[in-house]
Design a protein around this ligand. Structure first.
Ligand code: HEC
Length: 184
């Protein structure tokens, strides 16, 4: 009799404990489409992806950030779902004749912030992209004006078309440079 009671108690206990160990169903993660992913408010506190990119062709300086999830990626891997990259696009300051000014370090002098670009990936985010052959895996794109809120007129089809060939770099142009320069 005692034994039966013990077994009954143990069974109840096990059931309760297992119940606790079970993770509650994850809330349906939001799926973003092109043009929808907002600029995360705290991105300036994220790890730098690459800094002071010199774009002589467009007379721009660019700063790229990556969130901690993306930063946990190792060379050779694709970035995990949940990765977000933000790129600030600055105008290079120009001399009166229109040529970009250079500082003592030989680099362009950063002028006004022109636009803020965002790329993010999540499970199934790429499914909404039409036509499907423009899909960049599950990456989606958004471009904002300098305030980070007003949508820029850029057509996201152009983003996809230009990043598309980089299939073996997870659609990230400076993938190799990032992992080579990364210090931590
Ligand atoms: C003509 C080619 C081209 C187009 C169009 C383009 N990109 Fe890029 N993108 C690049 C290059 C090249 C880089 C690497 C930084 C650099 O060299 O300026 C880059 C980098 C980025 C990055 C930083 C992460 C990374 O991939 O290195 C983001 C975010 C980004 N682009 C978003 C966008 C968005 C949003 C659009 C469309 C509104 C867009 N891009 C359109 C060429 C392009």
């Amino acid at each position: 009799m005692k034994y039966v009671k013990w077994v009954a108690t143990a069974t109840i206990l096990t059931t309760v404990l297992m119940g606790c160990a079970q993770t509650p169903p994850a809330p349906q993660a939001q799926k973003y489409k092109d043009g929808e992913l907002p600029v995360p408010a705290n991105y300036k506190g994220w790890p730098k992806f690459l800094s002071e990119i010199q774009r002589a062709d467009t007379k721009q300086v660019r700063e790229i950030y990556i969130n901690p999830i993306g930063h946990s990626t190792k060379m050779g891997e694709a970035f995990p779902n949940g990765t977000i990259s933000v790129m600030e696009i600055y105008k290079a300051r120009e001399a009166a004749d229109g040529t970009p000014l250079k500082g003592a370090d030989g680099k362009f002098v950063k002028g006004d912030l022109l636009k803020v670009a965002v790329m993010g990936k999540g499970a199934g985010w790429g499914e909404s992209v039409m036509p499907p052959d423009l899909r960049n895996g599950d990456w989606i794109y958004a471009m904002y004006m300098a305030d980070g809120k007003t949508k820029a007129p850029d057509d996201t089809v152009t983003c996809r078309a230009c990043h598309l060939p980089l299939t073996d770099k997870d659609y990230i142009f400076r993938y190799d440079e990032y992992f080579q320069k990364r210090i931590n």
